[in-house]
Design a binder for this molecule. Sequence first.
Ligand code: UDP
Ligand code: UDP
Length: 473
Amino acid sequence: AATPNSGDRAGRGSPRPHVVLLPSAGMGHLVPFTRLATALCSGHGCDVSVVTALPTVSSAEARHLAALFAAFPAVRRLELDLASFDESEFAGADPFYVRYEAIRRSASLITPLLAGGASAASALVADIALASVVIPVAKELRLPCYVFFTASATMFSFLAYLPTYLDANAGGGHAIGDVDVPGVCCVPMSSVPQALHDRYDIFTRQFIANGRSLANADGLLVNAFDALEPEAVAALRQGTVVAGLPPVFAVGPLSPATFPAKDSGSYFPWLDAQPARSVVYVSFGSRKALPRDQLSELAAGLEASGHRFLWVVKGAVVDRDDASEITELLGEGFLQRIHGRGLVTMAWVRQEEVLNHPAVGLFISHCGWNSVTEAAASGVPVLAWPRFADQRVNAGVVARAGLGAWAERWSWEGEDGVVSAEDVAGKVKSVMADEAVRKTAASVREASARAVAAGGTSYRSLSELVRRCRNGL
Ligand code: UDP
Ligand code: UDP
């Protein structure tokens, strides 16, 4: 067939492999893809293209992409025109998951896109959310296809094992209980991502299909490192989780791509004025808002903790829809009472820089995996407060590694009850006073630095991946 990559593929065997990256949607996926792009292009001598689907779901993604292409002109942009599809079937579903679906249904359009590229591709790296539909397209093109899992190795092992679990335990049905992932850990039912309990949920269908497809990929990348999740990385590599997986490359924590900052970073002068390790940084990530009653309790808890804090508040799932004001969310009185001691913002903050600021001593985090890797790389202890999806699994990683504390009984989305101000204050005080967790977090930072330094486990994994791409594997 006349495919763009049949016959003599220019990328193959050439000194500069051309790696095409295909992210899905949401900052949690785009950020690690951006980091991979810049690592491949600046550190490992690859030509890199990034496939983008416009318009992005959030404006954070649009700005992030613009900053990437401005700062790294060598990274090429391949624009994917999504096939139109009837979204009404998914009314009320998470807009990021709906976008995964839209890209999945456009998978065949990757073929003409690659044909139009300036040079032939040597390999495709597809986001996990797209794996099951993109691998067959790549196979048709005879293009090596790698799957990038943007969250923890522990969550990856859960995804890889779930089809086996369902085949063996659910008796043809779909009841998911405690899932004992071979060689890794038991994921209790309460930590299984909420959506997965509904077999018809759009996310569930994608998740299981992607899990089943992994064996057909040419390799699997994960933004994790051996020292933080030794069991999960080893069990994935050794076939303990499921037999027959392709090679696994643990390449994390991928280093932040430093773009010239355009925002004022108005919180930095305030941080500069605070004592070392005195500030609690609070963020629940880029794509979720706490319910209003929980926001109030968190506000009161931070106030009652007596500690300084920098709090990033979100009022909506998609930033474009967020018309709320801080005063409306938290009340004028709160802002006056905490004036000087606490800073609250609804803007995008440069989180990676915040975590590396000497004034920051604790990170109250929803445990989105990028946030966890950033905490690990900066050695800031985490108070894990997972809210949905893979976040409880990631919180388990944080707790087991000693990078922080996880209040396991705190509710998450879909469960009754809000976490009280008293509980928040108590937990903040105890973790801020915990010398042992501070020391362990510092050692995690060192292990993370060793992993990505020349000769480290993640550095070698990425080099090996590039070597394979260069040789058309
Ligand atoms: N982030 C940031 N500033 C913000 C909010 C988020 O820099 O105000 C970054 C954060 O550092 C991380 C990513 O956005 O790299 C969010 O990914 P994560 O996996 O932590 O959570 P998600 O947003 O996907 O839930
Ligand atoms: N950034 C981002 N998403 C956003 C805003 C900023 O990822 O919505 C990142 C951006 O990629 C860069 C840094 O934050 O790493 C500086 O932000 P930018 O130059 O985009 O400033 P702003 O859009 O706030 O003016």
